[in-house]
Design a protein around this ligand. Structure first.
Ligand code: ATP
Ligand code: MG
Length: 562
């Protein structure tokens, strides 16, 4: 795995700037989310890049809410962003900013462009502006309003600001070049009239700056040195540079990298919002969502997400990272740190017929084989136990080595047992109980005569078990790329109907009775689990499966592909 310090092309550019002294060897980055949704794992990549660079170059990184679009933005999103960046482990100290705090300054910049003869008020409609813009192969043509005198532009723009014109009736445009090969340079709109309530500036403004204009000025005001963004802004870089040159302002270097795409999920706030609005998930923080709050509720640690972001590297080529890479990062961490325990999710009663009634004993179990300092614990054993329903078959298919009539298996840390009898519900025929004998000489799990068994099962003593609900989460989408859909369908057609399975009556070993909300365990043979601190209340225990032990999905996919 790469480390955070691994050189990538962004760091090479910064090194070069530091050698040449372009920014006086200063490094100042920012993470600029738009508060129109919750942060997702793609944003985590951008956060780790920006804050990671600031950390490693002993520079600074600001958190800036890019809130120039009043219609879609809300305080709820601002709060969630603050919480999520903090949770990931990054600190912006006293540098939390809002682009809307710069609205006065941005307005002054617009006035300055007008005075320089480099911006004009245009009366064309939105459709006409589009028409005049031209195409990739055809140059655009000048608006008839393009050569308005400066005084007239100043007066009209001031009147736009004063609310004298209806929404959408006029815009302010930069006067650049309608024949430019870069379409973004064909006199881009920089201000529009929009009577919209802003979550911070309230009703102060009826004109709002466009993203391209507001963003570079915000960067410049904050003294940002390296404005790191995703590849889709590469085309906008000439405009970023043009505005700051025209205004004679401090000029950061924009650098673009490839955004993260993750398999079997979507990383677009617009699509995630649809899932939330249409109640296809249980909110932005549903443990199946790729949002940071979803991953947190699922049980992911901030460390595992930072490790993931470091491991995927930084490049200029778009690709889809397999969701397994993310899952492996939490597996790797929890394999080292999570205590082991036994839990039976779909219980089947086992009665050990030659074990004395009323007797019980305590057996030693290892807390974490990966961590010798984690020690051992006692697990009670008795005549009645639970095993997983899936670990028993009355008629075993070929290669089924677990329990079936006449077969012997090992109970983890306990004894060998042999199935002697099957008890069924007389009406529905379902197996309700399995009767076995145990071999007292195999205590601890080894037979003195070196006889072998092919399976080791986890189990819980019925008399001592505690109850819990367990929620098994799976991929949110069945397709590697959920946007792969037949004509006429949309990405939601690829939702995985089995992405959540709730098991209400699980049996857990009693040591888990004292487990604290927020704690993480490995349930032997089943995966890593997290005690949901929100859902666990009023004496009810809810465990979320963070991830299974192995990548079972790859196997399933292979099977269904055949
Ligand atoms: P979305 O497409 O999900 O709406 P966005 O780019 O509109 O994302 P912003 O809030 O503007 O979301 O993003 C803030 C920062 O995070 C930007 O610098 C953006 O480039 C970066 N970012 C967003 N999505 C990803 C991603 N999938 N991978 C890496 N960086 C991302
Ligand atoms: Mg954006």
């Amino acid at each position: 795995m790469e480390t955070a310090n691994t050189k990538n092309f962004i760091r090479e550019i910064i090194d070069e700037h530091n050698r040449s002294g372009r920014f006086g060897a200063k490094v100042h980055t920012r993470f600029p989310p738009e508060p129109n949704g919750y942060l997702h794992i793609g944003h985590a990549k951008a956060i780790c890049i920006n804050f990671g660079i600031a950390r490693d170059y002993k520079g600074l990184c600001n958190l800036r809410m890019d809130d120039t679009n009043p219609e879609k933005e809300e305080m709820e999103y601002v709060d969630s962003i603050i919480e999520d960046v903090k949770w990931l482990g990054f600190d912006w100290q006293d540098r939390l900013f809002y682009a809307s705090d710069y609205f006065d300054k941005i307005y002054e910049c617009a006035i300055q462009l007008v005075k320089l003869g480099r911006a004009y008020v245009d009366d064309l409609t939105a459709d006409q502006i589009r028409e005049y813009r031209g195409t990739l192969t055809q140059p655009g043509k000048n608006s008839p309003y393009r050569d308005r005198p400066v005084e007239e532009n100043l007066s009209l723009f001031t009147r736009m600001r004063n609310g004298e014109f209806p929404d959408g009736s006029r815009v302010l445009r930069a006067k650049i070049d309608m024949a430019s090969p870069h379409i973004v340079m064909r006199d881009p709109v920089i201000y529009r009239i929009k009577r919209a309530h802003h979550h911070r500036t309230l009703d102060k403004w009826c004109i709002y700056p466009m993203y391209d204009f507001a963003h570079c000025i915000s960067d410049s005001i904050e003294g940002i040195t390296h404005s790191i963004c995703t590849l889709e802004f590469e085309n906008n870089r000439p405009l970023y540079d043009w505005f700051l040159d025209a205004l004679g302002m401090h000029h950061p270097q924009q650098i673009e990298f490839a955004r993260l795409n993750l398999s079997n999920t979507v990383l677009s706030k617009r699509k995630l919002l649809q899932l939330v609005r249409e109640k296809l998930v249980d909110g932005w923080n549903d443990p199946r969502m790729p949002t940071l709050s979803g991953l947190r509720c699922r049980g992911y640690t901030p460390q595992s997400i930072r490790n993931f972001c470091d491991s995927i590297g930084v490049a200029k080529m778009d690709s889809i990272v397999d969701i397994n890479v993310l899952e492996n990062s939490i597996r790797e961490e929890l394999n080292k740190t999570a205590p082991r325990a036994m839990a039976v999710l779909k219980p089947l009663k086992v009665v050990i017929t030659n074990y004395p009634e009323g007797k019980s004993e305590e057996l030693d179990a290892v807390n974490n084989p990966e961590d010798p300092t984690a020690g051992t614990r006692k697990v009670p054993f008795g005549r009645e136990l639970y095993i997983e329903r899936d670990d028993f078959r009355e008629v075993p298919p070929p290669k089924f080595y677990r329990l079936s009539p006449g077969k012997e298996v090992r109970l983890r840390y306990a004894y060998f047992i042999t199935c002697t009898e099957v008890v069924k519900d007389p009406v529905i025929g379902e197996v309700t109980e399995v009767r076995c004998t145990y071999d007292p000489a195999t205590k601890g799990g080894d037979s003195p005569d070196a006889r072998k068994v092919k399976a080791t099962l986890h189990w819980v003593s019925a008399a001592h078990a505690i109850d819990a609900e367990v929620r098994l989460y799976d991929m949110l989408f069945t397709n590697r790329n959920p946007n792969d859909v037949p004509e006429g369908a949309d990405f939601k057609a690829n939702l995985n109907p089995g992405s959540l399975e709730t098991l209400p009556a699980c049996k857990l070993e009693p040591s888990l009775g004292g487990a604290k909300p927020g704690a993480r365990y490995q349930f032997e043979r089943l995966g890593y689990f997290y005690i949901d601190p929100v859902a666990s209340k009023d004496g009810k225990r809810v465990f979320n499966r963070i991830v299974s032990l192995k990548d079972t999905w790859a196997k399933v996919e292979k099977r269904t592909a055949r």
